[in-house]
Design a protein around this ligand. Structure first.
Ligand SMILES: C[S@@+](CC[C@H](N)C(=O)[O-])C[C@H]1O[C@@H](n2cnc3c(N)ncnc32)[C@H](O)[C@@H]1O
Length: 298
């Protein structure tokens, strides 16, 4: 399978790796790290003077305000089809347990890695409400977790939890720990990202294509599926989140708000204004036993 077409911003110039022309070798891990240092979540929070903990706390409130949410929805169904009843699953950056808890109903055990204390509160609450006793919580960052307690696990799942200093190391560590399968879930398109690019020329964070191509570069043939979800969120909560990530100024927030109304994306309900959203998630899967050599020429 060819690598996925991608436009990368490298320094001042745009480097395009085409679907058919594969003449420019790209180190996808390095490219991700470079992009992430410039415009990843942590860089954006630092510029806005907000600690990651404050962000995850607000994120928790944002998640709680989402209505008609189809997350993890179809992505969860896909992932359930990739695990077996006897599996041990490691969920990296488990957040509020969106995957850990439903997975634990089907598999033998789940190890949920989650470093944020506010997200841990949500996770612990979800675990205790579930009544399940096969979820072990590890309150550490992925890059700091010792691997001996995790091996041998069957499946490693990481969904939107790639806030790590070195993506290559993080993915390699996941591959070392898992005996059967690695599953990654990440952005493959988002209405607000497109809008921010059009209105403010804000370049998005690296997306799923980097992870997909990184795995190919390591010698795997990843599976890829995309699922699109529609959901609604309180307009004020969404605008607050955008002030954190990507760090819109007050003026930009007002311009965006005006545009959202103009585009008919906002609905007035009895309890205030709601924003209609759409996002596509990519599910990348790797069968770790099927490795057939490094594909350098991507
Ligand atoms: C956007 S949430 C996603 C949560 C969950 N995986 C999901 O898809 O619903 C990202 C989570 O990753 C966690 N996280 C951030 N950096 C991490 C790291 N270096 N190691 C492990 N988890 C991390 C955050 O605390 C947060 O709970």
């Amino acid at each position: 399978m060819p690598d996925i077409e991608s436009g990368l911003q490298s320094g001042g110039c745009s480097l395009v790796v085409s679907f058919v022309e594969k003449s420019i070798p790209v180190d996808w891990a390095k490219a991700w790290d470079e992009q992430f240092r410039k415009r990843g979540l942590l860089a954006r929070l630092e510029r806005a003077g907000i600690s990651p903990e404050t962000f995850w706390d607000t994120y928790g409130r944002f998640q709680a305000s989402v209505a008609n949410d189809s997350y993890p929805g179809k992505a969860l169904l896909k992932i359930l089809s990739l695990v077996a009843a006897g599996d041990c699953v490691v969920d990296v950056g488990a957040g509020d347990g969106a995957y850990s808890v439903p997975l634990a109903r089907y598999v033998k055990s789940v190890i949920a890695i989650e470093p944020s204390s506010s997200q841990l509160n949500y996770l612990q609450k979800a675990v205790s409400q579930s009544g399940l006793n096969n979820i072990q919580i590890v309150p550490e960052r992925w890059e700091e977790v010792g691997t001996s307690g995790l091996k041998p696990c069957d499946v490693v799942l990481a969904s939107y939890s790639f806030q790590v200093p070195d993506i290559g190391e993080a993915i390699n560590k996941m591959l070392t720990v898992t005996g059967k399968r690695l599953i990654l879930v990440y952005y493959a398109g988002c209405d607000l990202v497109n809008l921010n690019r059009r209105l403010f020329n804000l370049q998005p964070q690296p997306d799923y294509r980097y992870l997909y191509n990184l795995l190919r570069q390591l010698g795997y043939e990843p599976g890829l599926e995309k699922v699109t979800r529609n959901f609604c969120v309180k307009l004020d909560n969404q605008l607050e989140m955008l002030g954190y990530n990507p760090g819109l100024t007050r003026e930009q927030t007002n311009i965006l708000k005006h545009e959202l109304f103009k585009m008919g994306m906002v609905a007035k309900e009895r309890d205030g204004y709601w924003l209609k959203r759409q996002q596509t998630d990519a599910i990348i899967t790797v069968d770790v036993k099927k490795k057939d050599g490094c594909k350098e020429n991507v």
